[in-house]
Design a protein around this ligand. Structure first.
Ligand code: AMP
Length: 446
């Protein structure tokens, strides 16, 4: 047997409903806030991330799936989406076409990290980016949308954390202050931190090594080194968040693992996820578009990890709706009629199963029971002759004969007891079902 690659996962049928729940909420929320979708390739030039994500980041230093292709080009599986979206924005001149360049994208990312719960080598992100708006109101709107997305998924106990990491003007003084505060103690830090002290001292705040923490806790806070413009920007962002009534914690350690962030950074942490508890994270990156060869446009965005959102979903979210009916044929000519009945019911939007291989009625009924179908539809010689079908409601055991052409409405109008009051009769195609109740047919489109 050839097994899957370490750090990758198969998403099996029992989990797919939860994935769809998250993906649909993502699309729905983004579109409600005026974002449009972009889909970029999973493979890009390596230099896009070296320049975009940053040479000093762990991602570029050690985690990229980069290789030389058969034509001799250095390429990589994308480790994150932001540089790709910036590239697409610039390459296609999207700012001409879009009054507000508010883009979102969903798809797999690849990082050669040490796998653990909530951390994989292939994982999926919702990526959200806004180009061209420097107003702190957009920082707050992006953060508010991220919070709304998490709330829409019913995740309890999520915590919003924000910070400001300053800009090109004030960060050098902060970096110098960090190095001054560290002094000789740099040599007591882990190897990664010693490297960070040389390349980008801010990255030291990313360190998770326990022995380093007392030293890091005593370091100065970025908020105390902001220039006037950054301080005003941060105050305005906070003012907007307060107006939205969002609660948040300011954490001076939130510097985020990517080089391009400036001013606002934020994360939403999930409850009960263990060490890998960041559901999403992002921030402002005003220099990035220019750095990647585009016009000088500000940017802000975030990426949410879909695996972690799926893990954090409440129990029962995204559960598949029950099968509406299992058609049982009582032998001979009834099989053909039963198959046409199943086809006709499926065309009305109902979920219908039928057996194969001419099995006995007893074994079909066993399968009908196991399938969890809400109804069994029995097509026997008598029923066939009378143009009727025997309809059995599985929960109550109640059985009655219904004219063949009335079966669809009979079973649609007679949902199982636990489903009464829900929109069980609605065909899937008329029910977009985003953020829909997990038990309705809305989770069953296609
Ligand atoms: P980042 O792109 O590193 O800012 O991460 C944004 C979000 O993506 C995180 O908050 C996680 O939810 C998710 N994420 C990042 N790396 C991984 C990974 N290796 N496996 C699963 N999710 C990840």
């Amino acid at each position: 047997m050839i097994s899957g690659i370490r750090g990758t996962r198969d998403i099996l049928p029992d989990e797919v409903g939860r994935w769809r729940r998250v993906e649909r909420a993502a699309v729905e929320v983004c579109e409600r806030y005026g974002y449009v979708e972009v889909r970029t390739p999973v493979i890009e030039r390596e230099e896009l991330f070296a320049k975009g994500t940053g040479e000093s980041t762990d991602i570029v230093q050690k985690e990229m799936y980069a290789f030389t292709d058969k034509g001799g080009e250095r390429v990589t599986l994308r480790p994150e989406a932001t540089p790709s979206l910036v590239r697409a924005f610039v390459e296609h001149g999207l700012e001409q076409a879009l009054p507000f360049a508010k883009l979102y994208s969903l798809g797999p990312m690849f990082r050669y990290e040490r796998p653990q719960k909530g951390r994989y080598r292939q994982f999926h992100q919702l990526d959200v980016e806004v180009f061209g708006i420097a107003d702190p109101a957009v920082d707050a709107e992006v953060i508010e949308m991220a919070s709304a997305f998490v709330a829409e998924l019913g995740l309890e106990g999520a915590e919003l954390v924000i910070n400001s990491v300053g800009c090109e003007a004030c960060r050098p003084a902060f970096s110098a202050a960090l190095l001054a505060a560290l002094g000789e103690r740099v040599s007591d830090l882990c190897g990664d931190c010693r490297r960070r002290a040389d390349t980008n001292p801010l990255r030291i705040f990313d360190c998770k090594v326990p022995a380093d923490q007392p030293i890091i806790d005593a370091l100065p806070h970025s908020e105390d080194y902001l220039c006037d413009a950054c301080r005003d920007h941060f105050a305005e962002v906070r003012g907007h968040l307060d107006a939205y009534g969002l609660s948040y914690r300011v954490s001076h350690r939130l510097v985020r693992g990517l080089d391009y962030y400036m001013r606002t950074t934020f994360e939403i942490l999930g409850a009960g996820l263990g060490a890998q508890n960041a559901l999403l994270g992002g921030g402002r990156y005003d220099g990035l578009v220019r750095q990647l060869g585009g016009p000088d446009r500000p940017g802000i965005g975030f990426a949410a990890g879909l695996e972690r959102l799926v893990l954090a979903l409440p129990a029962g979210a995204g559960d598949a709706a029950p099968v509406d009916a299992f058609v049982v044929a009582l032998g001979g000519a009834t099989w053909a009629a039963a198959r046409v009945l199943a086809r006709d019911l499926r065309r009305t939007g109902l979920r219908v199963l039928i057996d194969y291989g001419g099995r006995s009625s007893k074994s079909q009924m066993k399968r009908a029971n196991r399938s969890g179908a809400r109804h069994m539809l029995i097509v026997g010689e008598d029923e066939l002759a009378a143009g009727e079908v025997a309809v059995k409601e599985m929960e109550t055991g109640e059985q009655r004969r219904v004219p063949r052409d009335g079966v669809a409405s009979a079973i649609a109008n007679r949902p199982a007891a636990h489903d009464r009051g829900r929109q069980a009769s609605q065909p899937a195609s008329e029910n977009p079902g985003v953020a829909g109740d997990a038990g309705t047919r809305s989770v069953l489109v296609d």
